[in-house]
Design a binder for this molecule. Structure first.
Ligand SMILES: Cc1cc2nc3c(=O)[nH]c(=O)nc-3n(C[C@H](O)[C@H](O)[C@H](O)COP(=O)(O)O)c2cc1C
Length: 172
């Protein structure tokens, strides 16, 4: 993600980084306040994050693979975006007029062929709810200990190039 954002910034994008583990966000409680209001009614750090998701021109999301899906922090954030799903498919109010470009980055310790299959399905559906289309991925197998990604120069370059390209696909 550091390399991707470096690329995007070098191409002129303004990037806001959000570290989900630093936020206090309740899981979705399935109370469906969003059916009435169009917004999640649980008051916590998610409210500000949701505003950022609404107003951004592109999304890059990174999560390690935990049990063949995203991390818990990521999943909680995704579930809280159920308000966007409700808006789009029940209230017929989309978050964005146009689909916005999205990137997903992930690493897993193992090297199996199916490592990213489950997570990609979740990400595509999540992105759709927030009017984001998955345009590029950086998916790296065999990465376990902290910092190991730094020994993959080709992957870092790939992420940087995706960041550069991403800026060019944004119309604003
Ligand atoms: C709770 C947990 C579940 C994990 N599940 C998987 C898994 O299903 N498949 C896999 O290849 N690696 C799995 N891993 C290993 C992580 O994907 C790996 O350590 C990764 O490099 C962590 O990335 P990070 O340091 O950027 O958080 C798991 C690690 C943890 C802590």
């Amino acid at each position: 993600m550091d390399e991707l954002t470096r690329g995007a910034e070098e191409a002129g994008a303004r990037v806001e980084r959000v570290y989900l583990r630093k936020l206090t966000i309740s899981p979705c409680l399935e109370i469906y306040g969003c059916m009435d209001t169009g917004r999640c009614v649980i008051r916590d750090d998610f409210q500000y994050l949701y505003e950022q998701i609404v107003s951004t021109h592109a999304v890059a999301l990174a999560s390690p693979i935990f049990f063949y899906t995203v991390s818990s922090h990521t999943k909680i954030m995704m579930d809280r975006c159920q308000a966007a799903f409700v808006n789009k498919y029940c209230r017929k109010e989309r978050m964005s007029e146009n689909m916005r470009p999205g990137i997903f980055l992930s690493v897993g310790a193992t090297t199996g062929k199916l490592l990213f299959d489950g997570v990609l399905l979740s990400i595509r559906y999540f992105f759709d709810a927030i009017d984001v289309e998955l345009k590029d991925t950086v998916l790296v197998r065999g990465v376990d200990e902290k910092g190991a990604i730094r020994r993959r120069p080709d992957t870092l370059q790939e992420a940087f190039d995706i960041g550069l390209r991403l800026r060019k696909t944004i119309s604003a």
